[in-house]
Design a protein around this ligand. Structure first.
Ligand SMILES: Nc1ncnc2c1ncn2[C@@H]1O[C@H](COP(=O)(O)OP(=O)(O)O)[C@@H](O)[C@H]1O
Ligand SMILES: [Mg+2]
Length: 367
């Protein structure tokens, strides 16, 4: 293993009874990377993190942190990482200072080291004004900062943070994220979340898991390019038309757009303007803008807006994790039992193995 690989998961699997929570999960995180570990609830993020932090053992596969095997060398694994579990076990009757001192003691830090570290932790996590307050009196946002402080007290090179911003209000989220970014400047971080905006803000790379499997791993740009469609926003004035044409109704616009070759989906968008606005999707590597422009000219429509953009990370995420969702809902049943084809399923499958997000997803996923 290269010395630069700080976290290595190798074919991890985990069963809880009959339930397979992890299925052959492999990935590496290199020194200095801040990696978003993303997936829907139940995907296996916490299970993976609990294996990496030696809280549970895998049913199969192996894992190493900072070069130390989680089976053979759990003490060194724990020494090299700080861990903020999804539900941080804070002792609410302690003050922040007491709690941090307590965690430092457990970590075996001497008094002087603790003092020096505390100064740094207080600075990095913004805890100066809360040190003497009881944890019970703190807001969620401050509690998470204390949790971060606890994970950092022994100055570990690696941090494993399990949904550190869930349950926080938008301001608190932004704050905690700011501290994580600060911390990430000189550390390796694996950060789980189901909030993609956070990943886009704090991470250059993401690993997407779904139902216990890794479905994507790479730079965010690469993951975005896994999207199989390109979206277009088209807005047509509903009041004016040129060349003796009548102003078009929404239905006319939709029907004309739907006939365009290469189009895969049309969806009307709400708009405040006196206009008809549509979200279209077409295959990746195509460009329908010239066609759309010509169509507008030919019909005498006034084109107020024409925009082409790749799928957002959100839409790709849904793309990659949706098949499992469909399986959960039993969508494959009818096909399996009587051979009847589900139209939706059929349409999606034309794009190959991976599901494609249609305009529905694109509409929600815009950012
Ligand atoms: N201790 C456990 N006992 C039984 N099932 C569990 C246990 N922990 C997790 N699971 C199951 O494993 C799957 C993955 O859970 P988890 O890793 O917590 O997902 P995530 O953190 O991505 O939301 C879920 O279906 C969950 O119900
Ligand atoms: Mg979890």
């Amino acid at each position: 293993m290269s010395t630069d690989v700080m976290i290595k998961a190798n074919a991890l699997s985990k069963r809880f009874g009959n339930h397979r929570a992890l299925d052959n999960v492999s990935f590496e995180v290199r020194r200095g990377e801040v990696v978003g570990f993303i997936g829907p609830n139940g995907a296996g993020k916490s299970t993976t993190m609990r294996i990496l932090t030696c809280f549970i053992s895998p049913s199969g596969g192996s894992a190493a942190v900072s070069g130390f095997d989680v089976f053979d060398d759990p003490l060194n694994v724990r020494r090299s990482l700080g861990y903020l579990p999804q539900r941080a076990p804070l002792y609410t009757d302690m003050s922040v200072w007491e709690y941090l001192r307590f965690t430092a003691e457990i970590r075996g830090l001497g008094e002087d080291t603790f003092k020096a570290r505390l100064k740094k932790v207080v600075e990095v996590c913004g805890l100066a004004q809360t040190l003497n307050k009881d944890i019970a009196t703190l807001s969620h946002g401050y509690r998470q900062r204390v949790g971060l402080g606890q994970a950092l007290i022994h100055d570990p090179p690696i941090l494993i943070l399990d949904e550190p911003t869930s349950d926080l209000d938008p301001n608190e989220k932004a704050e905690v994220l700011k501290y994580i970014k600060e911390i990430g400047k000189d550390r390796t971080i694996l950060l789980s979340t189901h909030n993609l905006a956070e990943v886009e803000e704090a991470c250059a790379r993401a690993i997407i898991v779904s139902k216990g499997r890794v479905v994507a791993d790479g730079a965010l740009d690469n993951i975005r390019s896994k999207g199989s469609r390109i979206n277009y926003t088209v807005t047509i004035d509903e009041r004016h038309a040129e060349g003796g044409h009548q102003p078009p109704s929404a239905k006319e616009v939709e029907d004309a757009l739907a006939k365009l070759k290469g189009l895969q989906g049309v969806k009307e968008l709400p708009t405040d303007e006196r206009a008809h606005s549509f979200l279209l999707s077409g295959a990746k590597d195509t460009d329908l803008r010239a066609e759309l422009f010509r169509l507008a000219v030919q019909r005498g429509w006034t084109l107020l807006e024409l925009r082409r953009e790749s799928q957002s990370l959100d839409a790709v995420f849904k793309d990659l994790t949706r098949r499992d969702e469909k399986l959960d809902r039993g969508d494959d049943w009818s096909g399996a039992y009587d051979g009847a084809e589900d139209e939706d399923e059929d349409e999606d499958d034309e794009d190959g193995e991976e599901q494609s997000a249609g305009p529905d997803d694109a509409a929600e996923g815009k950012n």
